[in-house]
Design a protein around this ligand. Structure first.
Ligand code: GDP
Ligand code: MG
Length: 177
């Protein structure tokens, strides 16, 4: 497609990463369709959505990829990551093991993408207040150490569900322009 016929100024590939069950697919469906699914629905393979996001007057087409089905041992991992310029790395604030695994996910990302990849860390399921097991301060400290942006969300009550997508696209835009 020639530049004159494109309906966007830039196109970015963004991948969703993190343990199974942390809410990646629900964050994506909340963002793209305002839908939440209370049943765990681990579609096997790779799903993706394309959305246009405006940054500083430019239209960015974000291709957001969502891997599913035993995320940790996925043989599609390297093709999933190929060409990604951003990642939304998700953990569950009520489940410490998903926070402890972040270092492993960062290594995966850094092994399979450009060193310049931008990453937004998302602490999801903040609606589970009584089950909270990872402190916001700890997540902030980790994010600072690793050079990530950080935000907390709830796909269930729709808190901050657009923010990670807007943040990652703005972050990528500022690094490339
Ligand atoms: P994925 O495996 O990371 O894609 O996670 P899913 O989006 O499939 O969600 C896994 C389970 O967590 C499902 O039962 C969802 O309904 C639930 N879930 C997802 N997001 C939230 C949230 O923000 N709050 C609560 N309480 N549950 C959530
Ligand atoms: Mg999923």
């Amino acid at each position: 497609v020639s530049a004159a016929h494109r309906n966007y100024d830039h196109k970015f590939k963004v991948v969703l990463m993190g343990d199974s069950d942390v809410g990646k697919s629900n964050l994506l469906s909340r963002f793209t369709q305002n839908e939440f699914c209370s049943e765990s629905n681990p579609t096997i393979g790779i799903d993706f959505a394309a959305r246009r996001i405006q940054v500083e007057g430019k239209l960015i087409k974000a291709h957001i990829w969502d891997i599913a089905g035993s995320e940790r041992f996925h043989k599609l991992r390297s093709s999933y990551c190929r060409g990604a310029v951003g990642a939304i790395l998700v953990y569950d604030v009520s489940k410490p093991s998903t926070f402890d695994n972040l270092a492993m996910w960062l290594k995966e990302l850094r092994d399979h993408t450009y060193p310049s990849i931008r990453i937004v860390l998302v602490g999801n399921k903040t609606d589970l207040k009584h089950l909270r097991a990872v402190a916001t301060d700890d997540a902030h400290r980790f994010s600072e150490k690793e050079g990530l942006s950080y935000i907390e969300t709830s796909a269930l009550d729709a808190t901050n569900v657009k923010a990670p997508f807007q943040m990652i696209v703005e972050d990528i835009y500022r690094t490339i322009v």
